[in-house]
Structure formats: C-alpha cells, structure tokens
Design a protein around this ligand. Structure first.
Ligand SMILES: NC(=O)c1ccc[n+]([C@@H]2O[C@H](COP(=O)([O-])OP(=O)(O)OC[C@H]3O[C@@H](n4cnc5c(N)ncnc54)[C@H](OP(=O)(O)O)[C@@H]3O)[C@@H](O)[C@H]2O)c1
Length: 397
C-alpha cells in the first residue's frame, strides 16, 4: 500500500508556481520543467519583462501571471489577445488562484521585493524553494514562523546552502558540526593588480569567471558581499553561530561547501557550476532522481587551490566583524545599502571600490546602531528602512 502510494505520488502532476520566472533562476527552472514532463505550472511572475512572461505562459500553458510593472500590466490587460490568461498586477491575488496547496513554489525574485510574496505564498505551498537571498537574510524570523505555522517544507536553492542542507537533513543534531566552510570563487578580480582596482568598469565586474547570473548578484560576487550574504543565510537556515562559519577561496567553484564534523571527519560537497543541479533537486524532493549532467571529473580535485581571503582585495569581508551575533535589522540595513550602492555603480555614479568603502561607512554609522538590537516584527519594519538608509547614503560625500 505504501509503495503504491509512492508510485501514485510520482505519477501525479506537480502543481508549481514560479515567482520571478523571467530571471536567471526562473529560466533555469523552466529549462528543467521542459524536460521533466510531470509538472503543471499554475503561476508565473515578472516585473517588466512582459514579452518573455507571455511567451513562457503560452509555452507552458499557464493560466495565471503576475506582472508587477504598472505600465506593462496595463499593456497585457488591455490586449484582447491575452484574455484567456488571468493577469494580475500584484501578489495579493494568491487566494483567488490557489484553491488547494501547490506542490512546489520557487521564490526567485531579485531583491527585497521578493520578501512579501515569499511570505504570502507559504500557506499555499507544500514545498518552498528559496533562491531570493534577501528573504532569508532580512526576514528569516518572519519566514520561519510562517513555515512552521503552515507546515511548509523549506529548501534553500543557493548552491552552497543546498549542498549543506542536503547533507544535514539526515543529521539529528547540528551540534555534531564543528565548522562549515562556504567556498568563494574570488570573482573576476581575484588576480587583478590592486593598483588597477580604481579603474574597474561595469562590464569587467559583470564578467564572472564561472557563473552566468543576473547583474546584481554578479557585482556582489565581485565585491565578495555575496559571500557575506551567504554566511548570514547559513547562520539563519542552519541555526549555527557565526564562529562556526568561514569563507574559503576556491577559484573553480567545483566545491560548494565543506562540512567538518566533531568526530574528526569532513565532507567536501561538490558539483558542476550549474545552478540547475540544486534547482532540479529541490523540484524532485523528497525523491532523488537522476539528473542528466556530465560525469563528475574528479581529476579537478587535483586543482582545488583553496586559499584564505585577502582583506585588501575584498575589503567588504570586514562586515563579518560588524554583524551582531543575534538576528536583527542590521542585516536589512546591509542589504538595502548594498542594493543602493550596486545600482549606483551599475549606473556609473560611483567607482567599484566605493561600493565596499561606502558600505562599511554605512554599517558603522551611529544612526543605525540601534537596529542591531531590534528584530523585525512585521514586514513593514524592513520595508520602511529603505528610504531612511537611502537618504543617509545619498548625503555621504
Ligand atoms: N542567478 C543565480 O545563479 C543565483 C544563485 C543563487 C541565488 N540567487 C538569488 O536568486 C534571486 C534571483 O536571482 P536572479 O539572478 O535569477 O535574478 P534576475 O535574473 O535579475 O531575475 C530576477 C527576477 O525577479 C523579477 N523582479 C525583479 N524586480 C522585481 C520586482 N520589483 N517585482 C517583481 N518581480 C521582480 C524579474 O522580472 P523582470 O525580468 O521582469 O525584471 C525576474 O523575473 C536573487 O535573490 C539572487 O541573489 C541567484
């Protein structure tokens, strides 16, 4: 009977929602779904990229779409060609769309805008796969409360966290973990002469050696802020103190994490630099299915080239000394300030080196110190900080 149930479960079409389907993560998931036929997408969402969203909805026969950008929403809504699709302009439509719990949701919107929809969809989904870092970093206490309340399974999709999560799900007591190392490729400037850092151009910073990602996360990789975010994510997800988490440089990004146990053993978790691997595994969970990737080339293990971080090359790693031990609104200030500064760099308003400089200045600014002792009680506590942090940064010389 049990086996029969498992077989039936495997045959049933999984009902899926993708928040941020036009982005790098969203498109990777769609590539997987194109091959994995046993899925039915119920909802897709985008911000501006309505043409691609419509194309996706047509291809995957999706009945519901959300387009957040007001003008593009109107364009679709007023076009009779799309009247067979339910078009919504914001995420308050979930109760109209979902009559039963979805099987799987991917939260892959870029930025803090992803937090509200991620929180809101928890009660409508059995499994929530989260790529949106900002939700985990800034809203972890709100997220985990809802996950518990609605018995929703949480799966982190960042490659490092997925690797750790997959290894630790069978461990009853995290106290067995002595240390977790998260690897960093070192980004596009790991060998660049420090003297030339002041001349770094946007296109150079976007040129990640191993991964093809969205613009924002590519810049965060170049400054190493992405790894700071990942350390915070790991601390929140695995409830492990910062003292047990470290970053280690590994240029080929083949290893994603190293877990050192109290019993003297360590595990190195590796896979190809392909985000589709964690995404695929989160989709097929709780089953482990075969993924059609290349054979693992273990000779690459001869070239691990692990090394420690150089603070002169990555000044942002000093942030690790500033983060309070307990979860607080300080992490939100970090995320918002970094977002503002990365945008300014992308718009050529500041230099690459100014990102870390101004970020450190913001985090040391006395006006923000009280937030180190405060936790967000509701999502507005997080969102409301946006304009305040912006006004402080804009007044820096
Ligand atoms: N890319 C990776 O390899 C990777 C790896 C690990 C974690 N992550 C994390 O995953 C998240 C998504 O990353 P990504 O690289 O896929 O980003 P991306 O390529 O920039 O795509 C972001 C998605 O979010 C949508 N979006 C952006 N702003 C929005 C808003 N204000 N309201 C509603 N939707 C909005 C975009 O729609 P439009 O296309 O219409 O703008 C797009 O669908 C980020 O938090 C990132 O840090 C990414």
């Amino acid at each position: 009977m049990f086996l029969l149930n498992i077989k039936l479960f495997k045959l049933m079409k999984k009902k899926i929602a993708i928040l941020g389907s036009t982005g790098s993560i969203g498109k990777s998931l769609l590539k997987i779904i194109r091959k994995e036929k046993n899925n039915q997408i119920v909802l897709l969402s985008a911000n501006k990229n309505y043409r691609q969203l419509i194309k996706q909805a047509k291809e995957f026969k999706v009945k519901n779409i959300i387009i957040s950008n007001e003008n593009n929403y109107k364009k679709i809504k007023e076009n009779k060609k799309y009247k067979h699709i339910n078009v919504f302009k914001n995420f308050s439509c979930f109760n109209k769309i979902f009559k039963k719990k979805l099987d799987y949701t991917m939260s892959s919107i870029m930025g803090l805008e992803g937090l509200q929809p991620t929180l809101d969809i928890i009660k409508y989904t059995k499994v929530l796969a989260v790529a949106n870092k900002e939700s985990i970093i800034c809203g972890w206490n709100l997220l985990s409360k809802e996950l518990k309340k609605y018995k929703t399974t949480f799966i982190p999709v960042d490659s490092e966290h997925f690797s750790i999560w997959f290894d630790l799900i069978n461990i009853p007591d995290f106290k067995q973990v002595r240390k977790i190392y998260i690897t960093a490729s070192g980004g596009p400037f790991k060998n660049k002469s420090l003297r030339n850092f002041k001349n770094i151009k946007v296109k150079d910073a976007l040129n990640h050696p191993n991964w093809k990602m969205g613009k924002k996360i590519s810049i965060d990789s170049a400054t190493m802020v992405n790894k700071i975010f990942e350390i915070i994510e790991a601390k929140n997800i695995f409830d492990i103190p910062y003292s047990k988490l470290s970053i280690i440089i590994h240029p080929s990004s083949y290893i994603h994490a190293i877990i050192q146990y109290q019993n003297g053993l360590s595990k190195i978790i590796l896979h190809d630099t392909d985000m589709k691997i964690p995404i695929f595994n989160s989709l097929t969970y709780p089953f482990v299915k075969s993924y059609n990737n290349k054979e693992v080339d273990f000779t690459k293990l001869n070239e691990l080239k692990l090394s420690n971080l150089d603070v002169r090359r990555y000044p942002s790693i000093q942030i690790l000394n500033l983060i309070p031990k307990q979860f607080s609104l300080f992490e939100t200030i970090l995320v918002i300030a970094n977002d503002i500064l990365v945008n300014q760099f992308l718009n050529k308003q500041i230099k690459f080196t100014d990102i870390s400089k101004k970020l450190l200045k913001t985090l040391k600014d006395q006006r923000f110190s009280k937030y180190m002792r405060l936790k967000p009680k509701k999502i507005d506590d997080i969102i409301e900080l946006n304009s305040y942090v912006r006004s402080v940064i804009n007044n820096y010389k």
